[in-house]
Design a binder for this molecule. Sequence first.
Ligand code: PMP
Length: 444
Amino acid sequence: DLLAAPAATTRSEALFARARAVTPGGVNSPVRAFRSVGGTPRFIAKADGAYLTDADGTRYLDYIGSWGPMILGHNHPAVREAVAEALPLGTSYGAPSEREVLLAELVTRLTGAERVRFVSSGTEATMSALRLARGFTGRKYTVKFRGNYHGHADGLLVEAGSGLLTNADTLGAAAPSSAGVPEDYARLTLVSEYNDPAALDALMAARGDEIAAVIFEPVVGNAGVLIPTPDFLAALHRVKDRGALLIADEVMTGFRLSLRGATGLLGLEPDLTCWGKIIGGGLPVGAYGGRAEVMDFVSPQGPVYQAGTLSGNPLAMAAGLATLKTLEADPGLYARLDAYTAALAGGLRAAAQEAGVAISINHVGSMLTAFHQGVPDGSIRTYTDAARSDTAAFAHWFQGLLARGVYWAPSQFESIFVSAAHGDEELGLTLEAAQAAYASLGAS
Ligand code: PMP
């Protein structure tokens, strides 16, 4: 075991109490609060390789990887040195600099996008790409899929209403999923079901000439992992025939599933792509890019306004450049991540079976979700499928792992992220902890 006994959380508890007094819910992003699994969120003091150390000095094997960016592992020497080299040259200029050109050249070369614009988060990337699609097409509606997450811009915080399939007026009509999002905004976002090509075709047949863009996660991480079917991918491509732009949100999957992201793996050709996470190597960066004809609508070249005080920040560019160059220099890396994740899936499957616990695993590349429900592996394809999971069983299992020093994603509806720093030792520790956690759940 990583931990002989559950570790003290005294300091994390004290920090959480202080944090709650000055920050809503004590955290700066909701899932960090452990609401859906219970217990004290660990306040992290440092991170190295595949491990986090919390404020109480306890070491945890990390499967969050900052929710995706840390594909090389924490505190990777190439990234640390690149940031250290940039630091004495100043931390922000508000004027262009060479690293922005270098990273843009690298991203366009690796992904096939002709132009790229850097922003400071994934949210900004998707928000800006949608504005661009509206400016380019002169249309106002956009389409997203239930259970896909694209950041917290107003028009993207919506989920489907119930009149989805019946008539053209209400087809795809959506209601806000957050307070503070006016229905007038939500109305402009139509919602369809992921992996349901017939629903997407019907929506495009009814309203295709009003739709500026269809935005989607090419592999979903935000409902837990969902993998697109070939039929669904074909339907996504058909939206282009209606003059709508296809926007791949690769904030999570970009440079994670391959150097060309999920779209490269799946042979998709989106008009625009959004990036974040890995592209900043753990510093705040997002980006959007695509065909020059479309991207040249962005200011100051074109009429679609988008700006940022810290956009192209020199430290963030340095971290992103070092990360992407390291990935490119190690062609076997993606296969190793794949092999680790496949072995993890196999080990979890065996351990759950042994303990009589029902799980269903979806995994691709270094992303994996073990849904707590008794359907065959790979058969969970939509948010509606995923939502049938036993979240109480997941929470019990999560706590079992955490008590043994393995820090899994604290929600059933998230992916975990394997990094290059996860090796045989980490796999062994994880499976040992998972066996014990499944056994405890099976006995409960
Ligand atoms: N799109 C996807 C697919 C994401 O996973 C996320 C964040 N998890 C975002 C957009 C938003 O990115 P950020 O949190 O950097 O704003």
